[in-house]
Design a protein around this ligand. Structure first.
Ligand code: HSE
Length: 310
């Protein structure tokens, strides 16, 4: 058996408070590992999944990584090529950390590398997004794009995948706390109202624009003032135990801003440097510890690389 190609694809924080479905950034860790190797049997197969407690399907047509890789192989006219894929989940799913997106991004990257890189990394994005769509039925790249290409990514249009990398001021670190309660993205999308008032729209677009200006001008105070979601967070906060207390503690400990990571239940904060990010993390974690809710804490700079071959 040949060793094949091994790829790491990182976890991501989608929405970043004010950019529902259009903004996301990558963490250094955790993430998923995907292995792809040639086999003598024609077609794509998933031969092994670890770290998912039997919750993810081996059927390539039902698995985010499988569908992403399949779409890429179809595009390249290589769908009869014998390829085996292994998925090693090294991050929780249903956590708001872009688990399904990381698997999809890792899969397209691994298969592309195995085939000696017929496409550049950015061109892999549409296939990874199609794969991730299997998880929640919606077509959005706010987890997949940063997991694949790294950085803080603005998606001007999910339809055309018009994606842009935003600058991140030096020193900024993310804190993410994952409380062990499961929220499926589909359920977290179903609770959302389909209507937004004009007042909310004005507020949110002001904050989104303020965040972009703050990132370009390294204006941390402007970034902090702008990380304020008046549309999605109030509706989803109800799904996350102790959300408001965790947020209050994070801001008191010095975070620039704090909100729900993706569809939750993870909660993220951005801080000016790693020391503050650490203090913020301890303050956030303490709330869940006191409530007897198991949790994991991650502290990371913004990962600018995205998926990498190991
Ligand atoms: N933007 C998505 C959401 C990210 O919040 O539903 C999770 O897939």
């Amino acid at each position: 058996m040949n060793a094949g190609i091994k790829v790491f694809a990182p976890a991501t924080v989608a929405n970043v408070a004010v950019g529902f479905d259009i903004l996301g950034f990558a963490l250094e860790k955790p993430g998923d590992e995907i292995i792809a190797r040639f086999s003598d049997t024609p077609g794509l197969k998933i031969t092994k999944i670890t770290g998912a407690e039997g919750k993810l399907p081996l059927d390539v047509h039902k698995n985010t990584a499988g569908v992403a890789a399949l779409k890429l192989l179809e595009y390249l006219g290589e769908e009869q090529r014998g390829i085996e894929m292994e998925i090693h989940k090294k991050m929780p799913f249903g956590s708001g950390l872009g688990s399904s997106a990381a698997s999809a991004a890792g899969a397209v990257m691994a298969v592309n590398e195995l085939l000696r890189r017929p496409l550049d990394k950015r061109a892999l994005l549409p296939f990874a997004v199609l794969g991730e769509q299997v998880a929640d039925g919606a077509y959005h790249a706010d987890n997949v794009a940063p997991s694949l290409i790294g950085g803080m990514i603005l998606i001007r249009s999910n339809e055309t995948l018009d994606v842009h990398r935003l600058p991140v001021p030096a020193g900024i670190h993310a804190t993410v706390v994952y409380p062990h309660v499961e929220i499926l993205t589909k359920d977290a999308r179903d609770v959302l109202s389909n209507t937004v008032s004009l007042k909310q729209c004005i507020h949110q677009t002001g904050n989104m624009a303020g965040l972009v200006v703050g990132l370009y001008q390294s204006d941390l105070e402007l970034i902090g003032r702008s990380l304020n979601d008046v549309i999605i967070e109030p509706q989803r906060a109800l799904l996350i135990p102790h959300f408001h207390e965790v947020k209050e503690r994070a801001l008191k400990a010095g975070a620039l801003g704090c909100s729900i990571s993706g569809a939750g239940p993870s909660i993220f904060a951005l801080s000016a440097n790693s020391r503050v990010a650490e203090e913020v993390g301890q303050a956030m974690k303490r709330v869940f510890d006191r409530a007897g809710i198991r949790n994991d804490l991650f502290i990371s700079p913004i990962n600018q690389e995205g998926a990498v071959k190991l």
